[in-house]
Design a protein around this ligand. Structure first.
Ligand code: ATP
Ligand code: MG
Length: 268
Protein backbone atom coordinates (compact mmCIF):
# COMPACT_ATOMS: atom_id res chain seq x y z
CA UNK A 1 0.00 0.00 0.00
CA UNK A 2 1.47 3.38 -0.99
CA UNK A 3 2.08 5.52 2.05
CA UNK A 4 -0.35 8.39 2.40
CA UNK A 5 1.20 11.65 3.60
CA UNK A 6 -0.16 13.01 6.84
CA UNK A 7 1.14 16.54 6.46
CA UNK A 8 0.48 18.04 3.02
CA UNK A 9 3.40 19.94 1.50
CA UNK A 10 3.08 23.67 2.27
CA UNK A 11 2.30 25.70 -0.82
CA UNK A 12 0.75 22.75 -2.64
CA UNK A 13 -2.99 22.73 -3.33
CA UNK A 14 -4.77 20.14 -1.21
CA UNK A 15 -7.20 17.88 -3.03
CA UNK A 16 -9.09 15.94 -0.37
CA UNK A 17 -10.29 13.29 -2.80
CA UNK A 18 -6.65 12.17 -2.96
CA UNK A 19 -6.66 11.46 0.79
CA UNK A 20 -8.30 8.17 1.70
CA UNK A 21 -10.23 8.42 5.00
CA UNK A 22 -10.01 4.62 5.30
CA UNK A 23 -6.22 4.60 5.13
CA UNK A 24 -4.55 2.60 7.90
CA UNK A 25 -1.02 1.99 6.64
CA UNK A 26 0.18 -1.47 7.67
CA UNK A 27 -1.72 -1.41 10.94
CA UNK A 28 -4.45 -3.51 12.39
CA UNK A 29 -6.45 -2.55 15.43
CA UNK A 30 -4.39 -4.58 17.92
CA UNK A 31 -1.04 -3.19 16.76
CA UNK A 32 -2.36 0.34 16.71
CA UNK A 33 -3.81 0.12 20.22
CA UNK A 34 -0.59 -1.33 21.62
CA UNK A 35 1.59 1.34 20.04
CA UNK A 36 -0.81 4.04 21.13
CA UNK A 37 -0.68 2.89 24.74
CA UNK A 38 3.10 3.15 24.73
CA UNK A 39 2.89 6.59 23.17
CA UNK A 40 0.37 7.70 25.77
CA UNK A 41 2.88 6.96 28.53
CA UNK A 42 5.42 9.11 26.72
CA UNK A 43 2.83 11.82 26.27
CA UNK A 44 2.11 11.88 30.00
CA UNK A 45 5.81 12.19 30.77
CA UNK A 46 6.42 14.90 28.19
CA UNK A 47 3.41 16.88 29.37
CA UNK A 48 4.74 16.84 32.92
CA UNK A 49 8.06 18.18 31.68
CA UNK A 50 6.37 20.87 29.65
CA UNK A 51 4.41 21.96 32.71
CA UNK A 52 7.42 21.84 35.04
CA UNK A 53 9.58 23.79 32.59
CA UNK A 54 6.90 26.44 32.09
CA UNK A 55 8.54 28.06 29.08
CA UNK A 56 6.75 26.71 26.03
CA UNK A 57 3.22 25.74 25.14
CA UNK A 58 1.51 23.49 22.65
CA UNK A 59 -1.70 24.31 20.80
CA UNK A 60 -3.65 21.49 19.22
CA UNK A 61 -6.42 22.45 16.80
CA UNK A 62 -9.06 19.85 15.96
CA UNK A 63 -11.40 20.37 13.04
CA UNK A 64 -13.83 17.94 11.47
CA UNK A 65 -17.29 17.55 10.04
CA UNK A 66 -20.00 16.58 12.55
CA UNK A 67 -19.37 13.12 14.02
CA UNK A 68 -15.79 13.37 12.79
CA UNK A 69 -14.51 12.35 16.21
CA UNK A 70 -13.20 15.51 17.84
CA UNK A 71 -14.67 14.74 21.26
CA UNK A 72 -13.62 11.12 21.19
CA UNK A 73 -10.08 12.07 20.14
CA UNK A 74 -9.73 14.36 23.13
CA UNK A 75 -11.07 11.69 25.46
CA UNK A 76 -8.79 8.93 24.18
CA UNK A 77 -5.55 10.70 23.33
CA UNK A 78 -5.34 12.61 26.59
CA UNK A 79 -6.71 10.09 29.07
CA UNK A 80 -3.31 9.48 30.65
CA UNK A 81 -2.36 13.14 30.89
CA UNK A 82 -2.61 15.22 34.05
CA UNK A 83 -5.75 17.34 33.52
CA UNK A 84 -4.15 20.25 35.38
CA UNK A 85 -1.85 20.93 32.47
CA UNK A 86 -4.42 20.75 29.71
CA UNK A 87 -7.09 23.26 28.74
CA UNK A 88 -9.80 22.26 26.32
CA UNK A 89 -11.84 24.96 24.61
CA UNK A 90 -14.89 24.14 22.50
CA UNK A 91 -15.81 26.95 20.14
CA UNK A 92 -19.55 27.24 19.61
CA UNK A 93 -21.72 29.70 17.71
CA UNK A 94 -20.28 33.09 18.74
CA UNK A 95 -22.11 35.09 21.39
CA UNK A 96 -23.26 38.64 20.79
CA UNK A 97 -20.23 39.89 22.68
CA UNK A 98 -17.87 37.74 20.63
CA UNK A 99 -19.48 38.91 17.39
CA UNK A 100 -18.97 42.50 18.48
CA UNK A 101 -15.20 41.90 18.26
CA UNK A 102 -12.85 40.71 15.55
CA UNK A 103 -13.08 36.95 14.90
CA UNK A 104 -9.79 36.18 16.63
CA UNK A 105 -10.65 37.97 19.85
CA UNK A 106 -12.27 35.00 21.56
CA UNK A 107 -9.65 32.64 20.20
CA UNK A 108 -6.59 34.55 21.34
CA UNK A 109 -7.88 34.58 24.91
CA UNK A 110 -7.86 30.80 24.94
CA UNK A 111 -4.36 30.33 23.51
CA UNK A 112 -2.37 28.18 25.94
CA UNK A 113 -0.19 29.84 28.56
CA UNK A 114 3.41 28.73 28.95
CA UNK A 115 3.61 25.20 30.33
CA UNK A 116 0.18 24.23 29.05
CA UNK A 117 -1.30 22.16 26.28
CA UNK A 118 -4.31 23.92 24.77
CA UNK A 119 -6.80 21.90 22.77
CA UNK A 120 -9.23 23.67 20.45
CA UNK A 121 -12.35 21.64 19.72
CA UNK A 122 -13.27 23.67 16.63
CA UNK A 123 -11.39 26.92 16.30
CA UNK A 124 -10.85 30.11 14.34
CA UNK A 125 -11.12 27.92 11.24
CA UNK A 126 -14.90 27.93 11.68
CA UNK A 127 -14.64 31.52 10.48
CA UNK A 128 -13.50 30.33 7.04
CA UNK A 129 -15.66 27.17 7.06
CA UNK A 130 -19.22 27.45 8.41
CA UNK A 131 -19.09 31.22 8.03
CA UNK A 132 -17.95 30.99 4.42
CA UNK A 133 -20.30 28.20 3.36
CA UNK A 134 -23.31 30.01 4.83
CA UNK A 135 -22.12 33.47 3.80
CA UNK A 136 -22.48 34.85 7.32
CA UNK A 137 -20.05 37.53 6.20
CA UNK A 138 -19.40 38.70 2.62
CA UNK A 139 -16.62 37.13 0.60
CA UNK A 140 -14.16 40.05 0.86
CA UNK A 141 -14.33 39.67 4.64
CA UNK A 142 -13.64 35.94 4.84
CA UNK A 143 -11.11 36.10 2.01
CA UNK A 144 -8.85 38.26 4.17
CA UNK A 145 -9.05 35.80 7.04
CA UNK A 146 -6.59 33.28 5.64
CA UNK A 147 -3.78 35.83 5.84
CA UNK A 148 -5.07 37.06 9.17
CA UNK A 149 -5.02 33.51 10.54
CA UNK A 150 -1.49 32.95 9.28
CA UNK A 151 -0.35 36.18 10.91
CA UNK A 152 -2.07 35.23 14.19
CA UNK A 153 -0.57 31.75 14.22
CA UNK A 154 2.85 33.20 13.47
CA UNK A 155 2.50 35.51 16.44
CA UNK A 156 1.71 32.56 18.68
CA UNK A 157 4.55 30.51 17.23
CA UNK A 158 7.04 33.33 17.72
CA UNK A 159 5.83 33.67 21.30
CA UNK A 160 6.75 30.11 22.26
CA UNK A 161 3.66 28.14 21.19
CA UNK A 162 4.00 25.12 18.95
CA UNK A 163 0.91 24.61 16.84
CA UNK A 164 -0.44 21.35 15.46
CA UNK A 165 -3.62 21.32 13.41
CA UNK A 166 -5.54 18.14 12.69
CA UNK A 167 -8.34 17.72 10.19
CA UNK A 168 -10.13 14.50 11.08
CA UNK A 169 -11.06 13.25 7.65
CA UNK A 170 -14.12 11.01 7.51
CA UNK A 171 -16.13 10.02 4.45
CA UNK A 172 -19.71 11.02 3.85
CA UNK A 173 -20.73 7.37 4.24
CA UNK A 174 -18.95 7.11 7.58
CA UNK A 175 -20.75 10.22 8.82
CA UNK A 176 -24.06 8.59 7.92
CA UNK A 177 -23.09 5.45 9.87
CA UNK A 178 -22.20 7.53 12.90
CA UNK A 179 -25.41 9.56 12.74
CA UNK A 180 -27.41 6.32 12.51
CA UNK A 181 -25.57 4.99 15.55
CA UNK A 182 -26.49 8.13 17.44
CA UNK A 183 -30.12 7.60 16.47
CA UNK A 184 -30.15 3.92 17.30
CA UNK A 185 -28.43 3.93 20.69
CA UNK A 186 -30.36 5.64 23.50
CA UNK A 187 -27.16 6.64 25.30
CA UNK A 188 -26.06 8.44 22.12
CA UNK A 189 -29.29 10.29 21.44
CA UNK A 190 -27.97 13.39 23.16
CA UNK A 191 -25.22 13.55 20.55
CA UNK A 192 -27.66 13.74 17.68
CA UNK A 193 -28.67 17.14 16.47
CA UNK A 194 -31.17 17.79 13.66
CA UNK A 195 -29.11 20.85 12.85
CA UNK A 196 -26.30 18.58 11.63
CA UNK A 197 -28.40 17.46 8.65
CA UNK A 198 -28.46 20.73 6.68
CA UNK A 199 -24.69 20.89 7.20
CA UNK A 200 -24.37 17.39 5.75
CA UNK A 201 -26.32 18.51 2.68
CA UNK A 202 -23.61 21.05 1.97
CA UNK A 203 -20.85 18.44 2.25
CA UNK A 204 -19.17 19.40 -1.03
CA UNK A 205 -19.14 23.09 -0.15
CA UNK A 206 -17.53 22.23 3.16
CA UNK A 207 -14.92 20.07 1.47
CA UNK A 208 -14.02 22.98 -0.84
CA UNK A 209 -13.79 25.32 2.12
CA UNK A 210 -11.63 22.79 3.99
CA UNK A 211 -9.35 22.38 0.98
CA UNK A 212 -8.76 26.13 0.91
CA UNK A 213 -8.05 26.30 4.63
CA UNK A 214 -5.76 23.28 4.42
CA UNK A 215 -3.94 24.84 1.47
CA UNK A 216 -3.74 28.49 2.45
CA UNK A 217 -3.02 28.08 6.16
CA UNK A 218 -0.59 25.18 5.96
CA UNK A 219 2.65 26.72 7.17
CA UNK A 220 5.87 25.42 8.68
CA UNK A 221 5.03 27.10 11.97
CA UNK A 222 1.43 25.82 12.06
CA UNK A 223 1.20 22.70 9.91
CA UNK A 224 -2.03 20.92 9.00
CA UNK A 225 -2.36 17.17 9.27
CA UNK A 226 -5.02 15.32 7.32
CA UNK A 227 -5.85 12.38 9.55
CA UNK A 228 -7.57 9.36 8.01
CA UNK A 229 -10.38 9.13 10.56
CA UNK A 230 -12.87 6.50 9.43
CA UNK A 231 -11.10 4.12 11.80
CA UNK A 232 -11.01 5.55 15.28
CA UNK A 233 -8.03 3.47 16.38
CA UNK A 234 -5.89 4.62 13.46
CA UNK A 235 -6.93 8.22 14.03
CA UNK A 236 -5.94 8.05 17.70
CA UNK A 237 -2.60 6.45 16.91
CA UNK A 238 -1.66 9.02 14.28
CA UNK A 239 -2.61 11.99 16.43
CA UNK A 240 -0.92 10.67 19.56
CA UNK A 241 2.24 9.92 17.63
CA UNK A 242 2.33 13.36 16.03
CA UNK A 243 1.90 15.07 19.38
CA UNK A 244 4.57 12.93 21.03
CA UNK A 245 7.07 13.62 18.24
CA UNK A 246 6.38 17.31 18.46
CA UNK A 247 6.81 17.40 22.22
CA UNK A 248 10.01 15.38 21.90
CA UNK A 249 11.33 17.97 19.47
CA UNK A 250 10.32 20.75 21.88
CA UNK A 251 12.41 18.86 24.42
CA UNK A 252 11.05 20.39 27.64
CA UNK A 253 13.37 20.09 30.62
CA UNK A 254 12.69 19.92 34.33
CA UNK A 255 13.97 23.12 35.90
CA UNK A 256 17.23 22.84 37.85
CA UNK A 257 16.76 21.87 41.48
CA UNK A 258 17.38 24.44 44.19
CA UNK A 259 20.99 24.27 45.40
CA UNK A 260 22.04 22.17 48.40
CA UNK A 261 18.87 20.09 48.59
CA UNK A 262 20.93 17.38 50.29
CA UNK A 263 21.59 19.76 53.22
CA UNK A 264 17.92 20.22 53.98
CA UNK A 265 16.57 18.69 57.14
CA UNK A 266 12.81 18.41 57.45
CA UNK A 267 11.91 19.40 61.01
CA UNK A 268 9.86 16.91 63.04
P1 ATP B 1 -20.81 17.82 19.06
O1 ATP B 1 -19.93 16.80 18.45
O2 ATP B 1 -21.04 17.56 20.50
O3 ATP B 1 -22.04 18.08 18.26
P2 ATP B 1 -19.95 20.40 18.17
O4 ATP B 1 -18.58 20.95 18.08
O5 ATP B 1 -20.65 20.10 16.87
O6 ATP B 1 -19.91 19.12 19.07
P3 ATP B 1 -22.21 21.98 18.80
O7 ATP B 1 -22.59 22.75 19.98
O8 ATP B 1 -23.10 20.94 18.24
O9 ATP B 1 -20.78 21.37 19.05
O10 ATP B 1 -21.91 22.96 17.58
C1 ATP B 1 -21.16 24.07 17.63
C2 ATP B 1 -21.56 24.84 16.40
O11 ATP B 1 -20.99 26.11 16.45
C3 ATP B 1 -21.11 24.19 15.11
O12 ATP B 1 -22.17 24.02 14.24
C4 ATP B 1 -20.12 25.19 14.56
O13 ATP B 1 -20.10 25.23 13.15
C5 ATP B 1 -20.64 26.48 15.15
N1 ATP B 1 -19.62 27.51 15.19
C6 ATP B 1 -18.42 27.48 15.77
N2 ATP B 1 -17.73 28.60 15.52
C7 ATP B 1 -18.52 29.37 14.76
C8 ATP B 1 -18.38 30.66 14.18
N3 ATP B 1 -17.27 31.38 14.34
N4 ATP B 1 -19.41 31.15 13.48
C9 ATP B 1 -20.54 30.44 13.32
N5 ATP B 1 -20.74 29.22 13.84
C10 ATP B 1 -19.74 28.69 14.55
MG1 MG C 1 -22.62 19.32 16.80
Amino acid sequence: MAEQPLHPTPGKKVNLSKFDPDYKGDYDKGMAREEERELEDKLADLQERLYAEGKQSLLIVLQAMDAGGKDSTIKHVFDQVNPQGVRVTSFKVPTAEELAHDFLWRVHQKAPAKGYIGIFNRSHYEDVLVVRVNEYVPRPVWEKRYDQINAFERLLAESGTRILKFFLHISREEQKERFLERLNKPDKHWKFSRGDLPVREKWDDYMSAYEDALTRCNTDYAPWHIVPANRKWYRNLVITRTIVRTLEAMNPQFPPAEPDLDQIVIPD
